[in-house]
Design a protein around this ligand. Structure first.
Ligand code: KIV
Ligand code: ZN
Length: 499
């Protein structure tokens, strides 16, 4: 069995997805969950890029001790020094530095000669090495680079002490065949790659081949995969962690293993959806809502007779459990607490009280309370507990054919602000009223409503992307009332802009 290192970059490449803006607290919560999931390395951010990123990376470095804590930096002295400042408290720190490698990027973007690029490689790796033993080097756009030049860059990085060489398919142009060959040639050229020096791959999904490319790289000598939860990341995203982990878990003939605790997958995926506002497509492998649903008669018949007729993974393997306890409107505090502990959720007392209050309110209207309902409630309580702006009241009026009028009351640190507005539709009127209350000019650029469970009594989950001063912010909110969920989501997005 070859042990594969799982390098999670949800907090760095994943956060580069447009509209995701996680707070340092959100990032710490995600890092803690990634730790429980068993990833080997967490790429926590790009510290020079913003003070928020720096804060998040340092917070995680000081609080999460088992995995390697990695920070990204360009090949610039200041970047590398700042990356080190951010991770220096970590028990296992790593600096990841990168230099453009393809002719296209070197000529058209960097505007340097090969010799100058090679100087950057030596400088970056040796500078990082002054601070920390564990240094990862990436020749960016490696799959479009001149092969001999790529070899020179890698040789130089290793000579200067790189402990990990990462091969990015930055634009997602490789096929499994071409990527597998490239990895094979690199191992032939540097036999210690994949052994004394870790050989990593970082595949983008522009042509839908990121997971296949990562897998074939492992079969040809790579021993680290960079990936993200739910496949988030720049453009079409990166190799999805849950896919690579479950391929390895499901197919023993591959003779590969990871440290991923697969029963944590489902929960991690939901946490990322809730905090980023990026929902998962229904038919997404492993974590999509339909990944274990059987709808055709023949399939249902087979699964009822024996689940392995149409199911290659048992849902429990990724942590989808059927709770022993069933919650309903007669359930009391004790049953609710038990249910939370079955979900491994523990809340501070005041959050518990609020979650219980919301549960009772929902149970009055909805016959069957599911795990997804409870998670949505807990998530709402935790998010609103940390927020500066709160929705205190919302009223919507207007007959069919009239312009709806919305009145809102929003509070900040106990101080209430009231405002009203008209809009072409209910949601635009809500946005306009919140804009008036907060004296901000937000514009909805994307709006999505999902039902948390099946049935017409489901809670609504709304994701809203809002443009404020040319930057997009995302907010999400859930409630039994779709308009209230919309107001919460909009308010969350604009309060990120105000923060
Ligand atoms: O896609 C890419 O090339 C990257 C590098 C920084 C590794 O994200
Ligand atoms: Zn990338």
């Amino acid at each position: 069995m070859k042990r594969v290192q799982i390098f999670d970059t949800t907090l760095r490449d994943g956060e580069q997805s447009p509209g995701i803006s996680l707070t340092p607290k959100n990032k710490l919560e995600i890092a803690r969950q990634l730790d429980r999931l068993g990833v080997d390395v967490i790429e926590t951010g790009f510290p020079i890029s913003s003070s928020g990123d720096f804060e998040a990376v340092s917070l995680i470095a000081s609080k999460v001790s088992r995995p390697v804590i990695c920070a990204l930096s360009r090949a610039k002295e200041e970047d590398i020094d700042v990356a080190w400042q951010a991770i220096k408290e970590a028990a296992n720190p790593r600096i990841h530095t990168f230099v453009m490698a393809s002719d296209i990027q070197i000529k058209k973007q960097l505007n340097k000669s090969y010799a100058e690029v090679l100087e950057m490689v030596s400088m970056a790796v040796s500078r990082a090495k002054r601070h920390v033993w564990d240094v990862e080097f990436s020749p960016m756009d490696a799959t479009r680079a001149n092969f001999d030049f790529l070899l020179e860059m890698i040789g130089l990085a290793i000579k200067n002490g790189a402990t990990v060489i990462n091969i990015p398919d930055t634009v997602g142009i490789s096929t499994p065949d071409s990527f597998g060959q490239l990895i094979k040639y690199l191992v032939e050229a540097f036999p210690w790659l994949g052994d004394k020096v870790t050989l990593s791959v970082h595949c983008h999904n522009d042509l839908g081949m990121a997971t296949a490319n990562a897998l074939v790289a492992l079969q040809n000598g790579a021993n680290q995969v960079e990936c993200t939860i739910n496949g988030l990341g720049e453009r079409a995203g990166n190799t999805a962690l849950e896919e690579i982990a479950m391929i390895i878990d499901t197919l023993p003939d591959l003779a590969l293993e990871t440290n991923v605790k697969t029963p944590e997958i489902s929960k991690t995926s939901r946490l990322i959806t809730n905090l980023t506002g990026y929902s998962v497509q229904h038919n997404k492998a492993i974590v999509g809502r339909n990944a274990f649903a059987h709808s055709s008669g023949i399939h249902q018949d087979g699964v009822l007779k024996s689940s392995d007729t149409y199911e290659i993974i048992k849902p429990e393997r990724i942590g989808l459990k059927t709770n022993k306890l069933v919650l309903g409107k007669t359930s009391g505090k004790h049953a609710f607490k038990e249910y939370l502990s079955e979900l491994e959720i523990s809340l501070p007392e005041e959050y518990f009280k609020e979650a219980f209050r919301r549960f009772k309110k929902l149970a009055d209207k909805k016959a069957e309370i599911t795990e997804a309902d409870v998670e949505a409630i807990v998530n709402e309580v935790c998010l609103s507990g940390e927020e500066v702006y709160h929705l205190v009241d919302l009223s919507v009026c207007g007959k069919d054919g009239d312009m709806p009028i919305v009145n809102v009351v929003v509070s900040k640190n106990g101080e209430k602000k009231k405002a009203s507005a008209e809009g072409k539709g209910h949601v635009s009127a809500i946005a306009a009223a919140i804009n008036n209350a907060l004296q901000i000019n937000g514009q909805i650029t994307d709006y999505e409503v999902k039902s948390i469970t099946e049935g017409s009594d489901s809670q609504a989950y709304v994701i809203c992307k809002v443009l404020v001063n040319e930057k997009t912010y995302t907010g999400s909110g859930s409630d039994e009332d779709v308009l209230k969920a919309s107001a919460i989501a909009y308010l969350r997005a604009v309060s990120r802009a105000l923060a």
